[in-house]
Design a binder for this molecule. Structure first.
Ligand SMILES: [Zn+2]
Length: 279
């Protein structure tokens, strides 16, 4: 593939649809939310396989909700109402720049949690947290999570490990946005999404990808079209299918591997020590 343009071109007209999470909260108020099962906890890497006493306490305070594309789960400077543990949803952390420009600074899937600043003593969000791939999340009130964190159990270790990982991810993404070409960044981003949803068919539009990469929709469509001609992707009607992951990996910048390895090494160590084998 020919890399023909300068690195990041920040998009200036990005606008997100407002959250509908609050509206669904109103719908559920006074009704019973779906009950949370231990099996649900197993779908999030922070909550999976906690000691039984921690599992019991956390389970009592979690709610299971469905989130939709463009739902906003947290916002910079706004009090965090809940912390969210994605089960199969994927959430992007987005920096809002002046004049409406946006660019993604991190992704959160079933390896993590939205609202990590709560355990660092902050009650407001740092970035916009907007749903990219719809699905299920477990959520908990910040005060209840902080209380469990202060007990100093396995959950505390996991959350601190996740903070370290997010620092690495956000700083690497910042460098990537500044230094690497749109083609490389788009490949990195698609690989990062696929890792979290475990499917090659991604229900995401060129418009949404453009919001995340700080690019124009036409530039994203041009790059996707070029990758399509190489047989790497197929994109149609709001769905992008990864046809050749190996080629996508070799077209991505190194940022994908740097961030992925920072996450996967601790997780592999945990799985090995718990006797659950390698990833
Ligand atoms: Zn990069």
């Amino acid at each position: 593939m020919q890399f023909s343009e300068s690195p990041t071109q920040i998009r200036q007209d990005a606008v997100f649809v407002r959250s509908s999470v609050e509206q669904r909260d109103a719908f559920w108020r006074g009704k019973d939310l779906p009950s949370v099962e231990k099996a649900d906890l197993a779908l999030n890497q922070i909550l999976a396989d906690l000691p039984s006493e921690e599992t019991r306490r956390v389970l009592a305070n979690l709610e299971l909700i469905h989130v939709q594309t463009n739902d906003i789960l947290a916002e910079g400077g706004v009090p965090i109402s809940h912390c969210y543990f994605p089960l199969d949803a994927v959430v992007a952390l987005v920096a809002n720049l002046e004049e409406g420009a946006t660019v993604e600074v991190g992704l959160i899937g079933n390896e993590g949690m939205v609202g990590i600043r709560v355990i660092l003593g902050r009650s407001t969000g740092a970035y916009l947290a907007v749903v990219q791939i719809p699905g299920k999340c477990l959520r908990i009130k910040p005060d209840l999570l902080k209380a469990e964190f202060k007990r100093g159990g396995v959950l505390q270790d996991r959350l601190l490990q996740y903070v370290r990982y997010m620092l690495a991810q956000v700083s690497q993404t910042a460098a990537c946005n500044r230094m690497h070409l749109l083609e490389q960044r788009l490949c990195r981003w698609l690989l990062s999404i696929q890792d979290r949803v475990k499917t090659a068919e991604l229900l995401i539009t060129h418009e949404a990808i453009a919001h995340m990469l700080g690019a124009t929709r036409s530039d994203v469509s041009r790059v996707v079209g070029a990758l399509g001609k190489l047989g790497i992707l197929h994109s149609s009607r709001g769905k992008t299918t990864i046809l050749d992951r190996k080629a996508l990996e070799s077209t991505s910048c190194e940022c994908y591997w740097i961030v992925r390895n920072d996450y996967i090494y601790p997780l592999r160590a945990r799985k090995a020590s718990s006797g659950k084998g390698n990833l």
